[in-house]
Design a protein around this ligand. Sequence first.
Ligand code: 5AD
Ligand code: FES
Length: 363
Amino acid sequence: MYIDTLIQQLCSTRRLDQTQWAALLRDAGAQDAERLAQAARAEAIAQFGKKIYIRGLIEFTNYCRNDCYYCGIRRSNVKAQRYRLAPEDILACCAEGYALGFRTFVLQGGEDAGFSDDLLCRTVETIKKRWSDCAVTLSVGERDRCVYQSFFEAGADRYLLRHETADEAHYRRLHPAALSLTRRKECLWALKEIGFQVGAGFMVGSPGQTAETLAEDLLFLQQLQPHMVGIGPFLPHKDTPFAQESSGSTEQTLLLLSCVRLMLPQVLLPATTALGTAAVDGRERGILAGANVVMPNLSPLSVRKKYMLYDNKICTSDESAQCRSCLQRRLASIGYEWAVDRGDSPLLGTLHASAGIVTEQNG
Ligand code: 5AD
Ligand code: FES
């Protein structure tokens, strides 16, 4: 059948064109999805073994100047109780996380002018000095290139900025006019050029998404060749314009994880908190569909319920240590283990190697 041919082509060439992606995403049935998951899982095991990389997520501010229609911490949500951690609070989260076996800290927040770029640089410097065997990831949205450069010079290793959708019209359906897909993509290319390990990604089932827009997402990822790809289901938040929209499906999210694993075999692919919210065993199923990263929350318990991007987010009343043992149990239940490791992208070695060759040629 046609879908079989597409799956075979994807596995052997790692590529499909726009029409083929759209057909696969529209027409794949449960059995096809299972075949893709098996192939993607085998690929993840070939690349990373049965070790899952762990990132500790520190949600350090929920102030945001943006007003994305899907997001619970959008500027217009007057019901959101705003908070901003002090650098000492962030460092305390890192200390707790380090003791629990975390070797990557992800500092995520809204686009908050009240937490200055300079303060963020100094916080990154302190973390890198105090825990020199750890990686720091930033996820603080769109900034000027020179600001990204200063984050990198302060020691940040990685940057997450989901592109959200690679289709212009769909981007406008999800965001107010002040935001543009062009600018979003420029940020991602700049981050890559600066030397960050870069993560892009998107929600599955967001309002207005179609098999065609998803096909564009995959083609954009193919072009960008990011080190990481964050994919989770869209989940409505009650105090946003999308409150009445329906959630993205767990199955479709799993299918996309498998497609991305097969297209970009070495990519770092988290089984996201949103996936764990959509289904109790969502993260385990994500791993079995090709994911190789989990990002448990290390934020202080006092603020967890305030970083509500969507309704019913899991782990908002669990201590970091509880999440650690919960996740360890979940990983063990499917035969995987927690890697106490920075978990860098395998692509990094080749990138550094090729940078070396360029320098030699130039010299
Ligand atoms: N449902 C699922 N994911 C969401 N995000 C924001 N709001 C939602 C939502 N309602 C995702 C976006 C963003 C990331 C930090 O969280 O993709 O990039
Ligand atoms: Fe947080 Fe299970 S991972 S409670």
